[in-house]
Design a protein around this ligand. Structure first.
Ligand code: NDP
Length: 452
């Protein structure tokens, strides 16, 4: 496995893949650790989890630079990501016991109640785009519930994967409670089929989700799938246009445009189309694309050459079929996987971007004539992750909440994950939820106790 700096193409580190013996040993350790870890009191686990938060905060700069060098996000974005992981650790350290407390239910029995017990070893298959956050939003609830974890991280971020293991070791978690496996995607099936592995959580593309959930289904093991998105960002005439345009710029370009919940389709009412798009494109144009380690950079390179190739193929397909390039669209010369901030309009259903996710800084802008048309277009996708709608009209707001097919609706704000709120999608964006109270209930046995 290699870490390649997306800003230069330079190989910065090489790691040996784990052998099948090493993987077997890691599963055995995780299984054995579960035997005692599941009986540790919440307060003990919370002590380790809070210590992990302390380590993350103390090592934020070092961890941030590592992520920047492996996947190209700006150092400041990476630092914020590390700090957000600490927030999630503290959140579950504080709330896990309450979320999982026994719940009494009145029945004819003398006593009836529900308890929540850990399942065992849980496998996480994670993507590179938020190399720390994706892992910690799995780790914090899963470990606080008393499970042990195995992480198969994306092959382009082995340094971050090992650093996560190191943070948890430094925090004091016992041996075997959390282990990073340096394996490629072909190794996932074998791990998940192992009897000692009880469940899987995957964040990644639709293809990976289909493959891993098929294996989980064949094994009758619970799975959480957080997959791609093509989130709508709807702007109605009553919206605060300045704020909507400013937020749209961030919502599209966050993480160099490589976020599942980035706003990807800007659906704008005709009455404000010109005013909104002018402000939006001016905001996009003002962003500085460049070295992710420089303080004044807004957008760094894409994580891999393949991602740049994919996004440019999508752009060319759209342009060949009549889309108008309002900004960007030219691959720059030189080293690194840089791609300009780009905006397209005059889009039609035969273009690939109509249905595909655009995983890079390319905004798709659509004009609609009514609220119904906006909702129909927003829902005309196979995905259903997040959605953002801008309006000051209460009736329109109700319609968006009621009718948008998505795992979340953010009104007058961009979609963002928050440890306190459940996160996940419907349709081809996956199933199950992470974060919040719902997230910690995914990998527990909800055990009914009835005393006659
Ligand atoms: P991939 O699906 O390629 O990779 C994600 C992880 O899955 C990696 O660890 C990868 O391993 C592994 N993987 C890939 N294919 C398989 C397979 N057939 N069997 C088992 N494991 C597999 O996604 P990307 O890394 O390209 O991440 C981007 C995608 O993730 C986007 O579609 C994005 O929208 C989505 N995403 C979703 C989020 C959500 O919460 N819903 C959040 C962030 C991203 P390896 O690297 O070794 O190939």
């Amino acid at each position: 496995m290699q870490s390649v700096n997306p800003a230069s193409g330079e190989v910065i580190a090489t790691y040996e893949d784990h052998t099948s013996e090493q993987v077997q040993a890691a599963i055995a350790r995780a299984h054995e650790a579960f035997g005692s870890y599941r009986r540790t009191p919440f307060a003990t686990r919370a002590g380790w989890m809070n210590a992990a938060a302390d380590v993350l905060e103390r090592r934020a700069d070092e961890l941030a630079r590592l992520a920047t060098r492996e996947m190209g996000k700006t150092v400041e974005a990476a630092r914020q990501e590390v700090l957000k992981c600490a927030v999630a650790c503290r959140f579950y350290a504080e709330h896990a016991e309450g979320f999982l407390a026994p719940k009494t239910v009145q029945t004819e029995a003398q006593e009836a109640y529900v308890v929540h017990q850990p399942l065992g070893v849980v496998l996480a298959v994670m993507p590179w785009n938020f190399p720390y956050w994706q892992a910690f939003r799995f780790i914090a609830p899963t470990l606080m519930a008393g499970n042990t974890g195995l992480l198969k991280h994306a092959s382009n971020v082995p340094g971050c994967a090992l650093a996560i293991e190191d943070v948890l070791r430094e925090a004091g978690f016992p041996e075997g409670v959390f282990t990073t496996l340096l394996i490629g995607s072909a190794g996932v099936e074998g791990v998940l089929k192992d009897d000692r592995v009880t469940a899987v959580s995957l964040t990644g593309s639709e293809g990976a989700g289909r493959a891993v959930s098929a294996t989980a289904g064949g094994q009758l093991k619970p799975a959480v799938m957080e997959l791609g998105g093509s989130d709508p960002f709807i702007v109605m005439p009553s919206a605060d246009l300045d704020l909507a345009a400013k937020t749209a710029v961030t919502a599209r370009t966050i993480n160099n445009g490589q976020s599942c919940i980035a706003a990807k389709r800007f659906i704008v009412h005709a009455d404000v189309y010109d005013a909104f798009t002018e402000a939006f494109i001016a905001g996009l144009k003002a962003l500085k694309v460049g070295d992710p380690e420089a303080d004044d950079t807004d957008v760094g390179p894409l994580a891999t050459p393949q991602i740049r190739e994919d996004i440019h193929r999508q752009l060319q397909d759209a342009v060949n079929k009549g889309a108008r390039v309002r900004l960007g669209g030219e691959v720059p010369e030189g080293d690194g996987n840089y791609y300009p901030v780009t905006a397209l309009d005059q889009l039609t259903p035969e273009m690939d971007v109509w249905l595909e996710e655009t995983f890079g800084p390319v905004a798709l802008i659509f004009r609609v004539g009514s609220l119904d048309e906006a909702i129909d277009l927003a829902n005309a996708t196979t995905f259903g992750l997040g959605s953002s709608a801008w309006t000051s009209d209460a009736a329109e707001r109700r319609r968006f909440v009621e009718d948008l097919e998505a795992g979340s609706v953010f009104i007058n704000a961009m979609v963002a994950s928050d440890p306190r709120l459940p996160f996940g999608g419907i349709k081809n964006s996956g199933f199950g939820r992470e974060l919040g109270e719902h997230g910690i209930l995914q990998f527990v046995n909800i055990k009914t106790v009835s005393v006659g």
